[in-house]
Design a protein around this ligand. Structure first.
Ligand SMILES: *Cc1c(COP(=O)(O)O)cnc(C)c1O
Length: 224
């Protein structure tokens, strides 16, 4: 059995070390445990170890887990996967956060489906920083139009930006995200989250001001 608890402790040590190296405070960085494809029992172990933020990428799988774990209302669920418009209702009704918004149509649907809840949906806009054709996310020059629309969505709360830099991306790509984030934050004061950093690029992300790292395999083991 994988010792989830030990893995989380190890990742927290890595975050602390990365923060020290970047002259930042570890409490500025939230650990999101990415549990996609992993069984409920592993999420329960992580919960027992004190983990409260969980990230999922596949809607139906995620909804099943959220329902199974609804006895633990202090869990915060984050949707981080690609979004099909026909899944926006399920996402808006089960998650507190969505990191992967990259087009107006999806924002519009999420806003509509959230209207019957007391709290707005926290959102990050996914930016395609590496400019790869295959990756989802808005290109930086497309952000203003999307932001202008988001401002009209009363059931969405704009919290920040998300990026998945390409494998072996340079520190410069991460810094580019930081520049974008800092510039937009001035204009949009609800922005406080830069969602960046995975198991293999934690240090580069934290150097560049990431406030939330999304860690899967280092906690739950490799995915099949
Ligand atoms: C799967 C996934 C992660 C976690 O990746 P690991 O390399 O397992 O840490 C982070 N972010 C997103 C968007 C993912 O889909």
């Amino acid at each position: 059995m994988i010792a989830i608890k030990d893995n989380i402790a190890q990742v927290e040590l890595q975050i602390t070390a990365a923060c020290q190296q970047a002259h930042r405070k570890p409490d500025e960085v939230t650990l999101l445990a990415v549990s996609k494809t992993k069984p409920i029992e592993m999420l329960e172990q992580a919960y027992q170890a004190g983990q409260r933020h969980f990230g999922e990428s596949y809607v139906q799988e995620a909804v099943d887990k959220i329902i199974a774990l609804q006895g633990n209302p202090d869990i915060t669920w984050h949707f981080i996967g690609p979004i099909q418009t026909n899944k926006t209702k399920l996402i808006a009704s089960h998650f507190s956060w969505v990191h992967s918004i990259d087009r107006i149509k999806v924002a519009k649907r999420l806003n509509e489906h959230r209207s019957n809840q007391d709290t707005p949906l926290n959102i990050c806009l996914q930016v395609n920083i590496s400019g790869e054709i295959s990756k989802s996310g808005v290109l930086p020059h497309e952000l203003p139009a999307l932001l202008e629309f988001i401002e009209t969505c009363e059931h969405l709360c704009l919290r920040g930006l998300m990026a998945i830099p390409e494998k072996n991306a340079s520190q410069a790509s991460f810094m580019q995200m930081q520049q974008l984030f800092l510039a937009l934050k001035v204009q949009y004061p609800t922005m406080d989250t830069l969602s960046m950093g995975m198991s293999d690029d934690l240090q580069l992300a934290i150097n560049a001001g990431s406030t939330l790292v999304r860690i899967g395999s280092a906690i739950f083991g490799a995915r099949g």
